[in-house]
Write a protein that binds this ligand. Sequence first.
Ligand code: F3S
Ligand code: F3S
Length: 105
Amino acid sequence: TYVIAEPCVDVLDKACIEECPVDCIYEGNRMLYIHPDECVDCGACEPVCPVEAIFYEDDVPDEWAPYTKANVDFFDELGSPGGASKVGKIDKDDPFVAEQPAKEE
Ligand code: F3S
Ligand code: F3S
């Protein structure tokens, strides 16, 4: 699976959403999350993120390793909805993400 990491927090550019052929990039409050079971590893999302927040799971920088878990745990209660557009914005974040300091614009 691919993973969205720290650079997305408070940025949420959303260019990635339009690239994903399986609609598996879900919107939380402070960042977007890739569904680890729905992602088909196509790689289309990775180059379009203007802040380079997206990584293949094996390539996530060590400092952002908690984001790999955050992208998984975000879906604990949601399960596998099978498409982000029908779900819409989800009014929560992974707890690790929620406690990150706010980013200055
Ligand atoms: Fe975030 Fe980049 Fe997508 S900022 S919403 S991962 S295009
Ligand atoms: Fe979607 Fe492909 Fe990225 S399945 S999340 S665009 S790697």
